[in-house]
Design a protein around this ligand. Sequence first.
Ligand code: UD1
Ligand code: UDP
Length: 387
Amino acid sequence: MIKLLSVVGARPNFMKIAPIMRELNRFPDIEHCLVHSGQHYDDLLSGNFFADLGLHKPDVNLEAGSGSHAVQTAEIMRRIEPVLLDYKPQMVVVVGDVNSTIAAALTAVKLGIDVAHIEAGLRSFDMTMPEEINRKLTDAISSLLFVTEQSGVENLKREGVPDEKIFLVGNVMIDSLLRHRDQAAKSPILDRLGVRRNGSACRPYGVLTLHRPSNVDDPKTLLGILTAVNALAAEFPVFFPIHPRTRKNIESFGLMRYLNDASAADRVGIVPMDPLGYLDFLSLNDHARIVLTDSGGVQEETTALGVPCLTLRENTERPATVEHGSNQIVGVKPDRILAAARSILQNPAARRSQRPPLWDGKAASRIVAILHEQLRREAPRVSGVRS
Ligand code: UD1
Ligand code: UDP
């Protein structure tokens, strides 16, 4: 038996691991253990995604919880080490760029267990971003690097990574999107929000998500963004599923007045709501006139959907979303955000459905085929686990 252990922890991890889990089930000689770090623990950021994505419950939940970067990362490392020593996987699979990713990868590699990194090679070249640190460090200690887009291959080669570790396989997040799009279309969210009645065409609306510390931990930046989006929302609603980090800051910075809590069906303004489940959020994005976001995953999903996206950051680690998709990097200055949004709304382009190469719904099957082939060739590394 080949023994694999995968680690998830935060919201964007679940839609990346779901297609991998499905593929692993097709190989009777692979035994798999799913570990949840507990970095995200609320149902709205974690539990609900397991149901939406048809994922079974994690085999182990480390319940590491929130904390400073050091505390959270250290806590996950401390709690995952005995699990690795007990389970003795041949390889640990990590996804994305969150603290759980680097914590699990670092613990595994120090025990002599190989690491496979899914979504390797992305670079924003902005080391003030916690995720950039996590990505670079995880790539540096991983044996297999599964890359979503060509830029990632070039970044890794520039950093001196040997070719044989790099696999351009496509995007598992888009595997999930393509698999769940029809199911998401049955979500009642559009009717519930009053933008669609009795199956009629949707009236225009926008979607906003914000959670990057550089945007939401700084009162001036957050105020600027909310001012711009509020002006845009004078004519149609902008739905804003609010990440807990962001909600806490909006409240403590005294910015609640920018949110419109009216429940009328024809409301305008920024309409706050709890974070949405995967299917509801996919349905909402699929019909939006415009999406404004600082999320990494949402840039990719709007690219696959062909929905215009404004990225409220100065950079992106996902340049394929700009080259092949409908994403524009507009920064956080209110004038620039508004000008770009108005230009999109005044010149509605035909919806593009061009996707970057290999964003075809089959990334997970490529990854698992490679993992299987590599691990089948190796003798189990159980005795290689260092204590
Ligand atoms: C984390 C990731 C980020 C990812 C985001 C996805 C890191 C460094 N950051 O950011 O890359 O884009 O998840 O959403 O790993 N909280 C809750 N309930 C929860 C979890 C957190 O209320 O279930 C609150 C806590 O107050 C916590 C804060 O959110 O302190 C931040 O959570 P944390 O996981 O540290 O970082 P995120 O901002 O969620
Ligand atoms: N998402 C969701 N509900 C929301 C906001 C986001 O289901 O209210 C999904 C989104 O579709 C994508 C993922 O969460 O699949 C992106 O996660 P997030 O923006 O938290 O993190 P990032 O991608 O920036 O790391």
